[in-house]
Write a protein that binds this ligand. Sequence first.
Ligand SMILES: C[S@@+](CC[C@H](N)C(=O)[O-])C[C@H]1O[C@@H](n2cnc3c(N)ncnc32)[C@H](O)[C@@H]1O
Length: 197
Amino acid sequence: MNLIFFLKSATVKLDRYTIKDIPGSSGRLDVISRCILSVILSNNDFERNVQIWVFLNRYGTFIFNPEFFNYKYFPKNELSFTDYFVDFLQRSSNKDKPLNPLNTLKKSKKGILEAIRHFQKLNYKLFILQEQGRDFFTLLDSIQEQENIVFILGSQEDEFLNSEELLTLKIPTLSFGSQSYLASSVIRLLKLYILGL
Ligand SMILES: C[S@@+](CC[C@H](N)C(=O)[O-])C[C@H]1O[C@@H](n2cnc3c(N)ncnc32)[C@H](O)[C@@H]1O
């Protein structure tokens, strides 16, 4: 089974970034970093057959696929990961950053709607994760039967998840209940129940 996570953020802004106050100075890039690490790391190795696509309004689309990275040098804690990711985002050319282990990160020209249509054409099953949606546990058996899935999550606000343009695509919504969880916790729950980790 291939699992792809889409995560969109309108808030990330790095003009005043300092490692001393990552949440306050980055527009909550810490939330995004936590999600990326939750998707691609497993016990002492990378997770297999997973990717996370991160859509940052101000910086573009970034594809984290473990196949692009060397586990030995990959920054595994939130602080060092975020600092390398900021370095990657703030520089325009790879030439200037010889020591960044995220140099092999792939950038995509696709916005989130185009990426959604791309995976629909490839016959992936797509789901939106939202507090108001169909009960995840009732649908778990049918989700586990899928070969290829894209899960679409919000990060800080749900503006995009509630947008007209997304609603018109009629993508089914899944819920872990009405309580609002951190996106990284939702990712862990999805991995736990679908991959049985
Ligand atoms: C912190 S929440 C987003 C903000 C929150 N909805 C609010 O009212 O401010 C992060 C993301 O995790 C997912 N999420 C959070 N709780 C969930 C739940 N109970 N069931 C399904 N997805 C959930 C959604 O995709 C949500 O956009």
